[in-house]
Write a protein that binds this ligand. Structure first.
Ligand SMILES: Nc1ncnc2c1ncn2[C@@H]1O[C@H](COP(=O)(O)OP(=O)(O)OP(=O)(O)O)[C@@H](O)[C@H]1O
Ligand SMILES: [Mg+2]
Length: 261
C-alpha cells in the first residue's frame, strides 16, 4: 500500500499540485485520472521520488520515503518498476538486453538466472522467443509489452505506468491494460496507472483518483464513477457521445424499473 499525504508542488510560482492525499491499495490497479496538464505525471514523479514535493509525504507499506535517509529511499526504489510513456526502450539493445538491464543494475544475479528471468518475463507478457529482436522491429503494442517485462523483471513490489496505452488502437490498448491488471493481481503488486482514457477506467479501474487542476476532486471505483454528482468529473467522463449515450440507456433502464415498481 502506498499512502500520500498533502502533496504540494509548484514550478516557478505556478501551483501544479495543491494538497493531494490518498491511498493506493496492494494488488489493485489504482488509476490517476484527469485531463491533460492537471498534474498526473508530476504526482507520479513525486511518488517515485523523481520530483521532490514542496510539502507532503509518501509512505510505502508503512516506510516513510520522501525525505528519509538515502539508503532507505534506495531500498524502496529497488522495489519500483516503471513503465514510461512511449515505452522508452533502449534502441541499440535487443529485447533481451533491455529486460536484462535493470537486473544488471539492481540485482546481484548470476548470468544464467538473469536469462531465466528474462525468458520468464517475456513469456508472461506473451512475447516468447522475441529475445533477439531490436525495438525498431516491434509494433507499438509489442514495445509496451517489452516495457512491462522490463518493469517487472526485478520482481517489483510497486509498478508505475504513465499512459501505458497511449498511441495504441483500442483493442491493443485494452489488452495492455488487462495484462497490467493481471500481473498486478497475480503478484500482489501495488500499481498506479496514469491515464486519461475512459476505456481503461471501465476495464481495469479498481480504484480511481480523479485530479483536477492539482486537486483530488473524487475517488472511487469504476462501478461508482458513472453515477457521481461531481460536475468536473461528469464533464470529463461524458465528453464523448458514446459515454453520454451509455449513460442515457442506463438512466432509461433505471426509470423503467422504477415505473414498474
Ligand atoms: N519540470 C517542470 N517544470 C515546470 N513545469 C512543469 C514541470 N513538469 C510539469 N510542469 C507543469 O505542470 C503541469 C502539469 O503537468 P503534468 O505533466 O503533470 O500534466 P499531466 O496531467 O500529466 O498531463 P498529460 O495528460 O498531458 O500528460 C503542466 O502545466 C506542466 O507544464
Ligand atoms: Mg502526463
Amino acid at each position: 500500500m502506498i499512502e500520500i499525504h498533502n502533496i504540494h508542488k509548484s514550478f516557478n510560482g505556478k501551483k501544479v499540485l495543491d494538497g493531494v492525499s490518498g491511498v493506493f491499495e496492494t494488488g489493485k490497479t489504482n488509476l490517476l485520472l484527469g485531463a491533460s496538464g492537471t498534474g498526473k505525471s508530476v504526482l507520479l514523479k513525486c511518488i517515485v521520488g523523481l520530483v521532490k514535493p514542496d510539502l507532503g509525504s509518501v509512505t510505502f507499506d508503512g516506510t516513510y520515503f520522501t525525505n528519509n535517509k538515502l539508503d532507505i529511499r534506495q531500498e524502496i526504489r529497488r522495489k519500483i518498476g516503471m513503465l514510461f510513456q512511449g515505452s522508452a526502450l533502449f534502441d541499440s539493445m535487443t529485447v533481451e538486453e533491455n529486460i536484462e538491464f535493470p537486473l544488471k543494475m539492481l540485482a546481484d544475479m548470476p548470468r544464467d538466472e538473469r536469462k531465466d528471468r528474462v525468458n520468464f518475463c517475456l513469456k508472461r507478457v506473451g512475447l516468447e522467443n522475441a529475445n533477439k529482436k531490436m525495438p525498431s522491429e516491434l509494433s507499438g503494442g509489442m514495445k509496451k509489452r517489452v516495457g512491462i517485462a522490463r518493469a517487472i523483471a526485478p520482481n517489483c513490489t510497486y509498478l508505475f505506468c504513465d499512459e501505458p496505452n497511449s498511441g495504441l488502437d483500442p483493442l491493443t490498448a485494452i489488452k495492455i491494460d488487462e495484462l497490467i491488471a493481471e500481473i498486478t493481481e497475480e503478484y500482489g503488486i501495488t500499481t498506479i496507472i496514469v491515464t486519461h482514457d475512459m476505456n481503461s477506467v471501465i476495464e481495469i479501474g479498481d480504484k480511481i483518483m480523479f485530479l483536477y487542476q492539482g486537486k483530488k476532486l473524487w475517488e472511487g471505483t469504476n462501478d461508482e464513477i458513472m453515477d457521481t454528482d461531481v460536475p468536473k468529473l461528469n464533464e470529463f467522463i461524458f465528453a464523448n457521445r458514446l459515454m453520454r449515450d451509455a449513460k442515457k440507456v442506463d438512466d432509461d433502464e433505471e426509470n423503467e424499473r422504477l415505473l414498474q415498481g
